[in-house]
Ligand binder design. Structure first.
Ligand SMILES: C[S@@+](CC[C@H](N)C(=O)[O-])C[C@H]1O[C@@H](n2cnc3c(N)ncnc32)[C@H](O)[C@@H]1O
Ligand SMILES: Nc1nc2[nH]cc(C(=O)O)c2c(=O)[nH]1
Ligand code: SF4
Ligand SMILES: [Mg+2]
Length: 215
């Protein structure tokens, strides 16, 4: 239990994204990210933070008595000790999800974790970082997300959906508008028009708490 991680925050809130949307969830936000998506709403997690031991993190998570825990960042997999952290959270009996950019290998993540892999679109400015080999590793317990900034991003995501047969190979394909860049309504209309086999989602916490940190 001597592993340490650089942590930005741990807080209890309502899951605002993914398949477990709406469920009370503890968020464990790791510091640092090698990407710079132009829309990133969590730039405050790029640096700073404080070192915490795995034991301290587990104690703080347990204090909320949660059923769900979401490990996010920054880019959580940029810290090697994210792997033992995810395993320990599963051992403790929580339902665990991981928000990851998909730029780092997800193969060593505990199989009980629902991996939410964000495929970076051209207008994120980080499309070159996608590790497409991750997609073949995902199954029905996992999720793929596209954060869409524009019509051309939408068309690109629609193509990737087809190219990797994602609707069949993963549990959930999420299409989400980039907040304040594409209206939720516009994206919803495109999805219906094309009868896409995806789940539309918008970041619920932005509507509940605006962009206040700690939610
Ligand atoms: C802050 S990231 C942390 C995890 C990981 N670095 C990643 O990008 O998946 C969590 C999720 O928030 C999404 N996100 C960040 N800024 C956003 C925005 N302005 N609008 C919509 N989604 C956003 C990211 O695309 C990602 O799916
Ligand atoms: N409420 C809430 N739900 C979230 N789901 C994923 C988040 C993230 O930052 O990865 C997030 C977040 O920051 N807040
Ligand atoms: S990978 Fe995630 S944390 Fe990093 S810049 Fe992109 S959205 Fe932000
Ligand atoms: Mg967030």
């Amino acid at each position: 239990m001597s592993a340490t991680l650089r942590m930005t925050e741990i807080f209890y809130s309502i899951q605002g994204e993914s398949r477990s949307l709406g469920l009370p969830t503890v968020f464990v936000r790791l510091t640092g990210c090698p990407l710079r998506c132009q829309y990133c709403d969590t730039a405050y997690a790029f640096s700073g933070g404080e070192l915490m031991s795995l034991k301290q993190i587990l104690l703080q998570v347990a204090s909320y008595k949660p059923r769900y825990v979401c490990v996010t960042g920054g880019e959580p997999l940029a810290q090697p000790n994210a792997i033992p952290l995810l395993q320990a959270l599963c051992e403790a009996g929580y339902k665990v999800s991981l928000e990851t950019s998909g730029a780092l290998d997800v193969s060593t993540v505990d199989e009980r974790v629902s991996r939410v892999v964000d495929v970076k679109t051209p207008d994120s400015a980080e499309v070159g970082r996608n590790l497409y080999s991750n997609l073949a590793l995902l199954g029905q317990h996992d999720q793929v997300k596209f954060v869409i900034c524009s019509r051309s991003d939408y068309e690109w995501a629609r193509f990737k959906l087809d190219e990797y047969a994602l609707a069949d190979s993963v549990g959930e394909v999420l299409f989400s508008p980039s907040h304040a860049q594409l209206t939720p309504r516009q994206l919803a209309e495109w999805i219906v028009e094309d009868n896409l086999p995806v789940r539309f989602q918008m970041q619920l916490h932005k509507y509940l708490w605006n962009d206040e940190p700690g939610h």
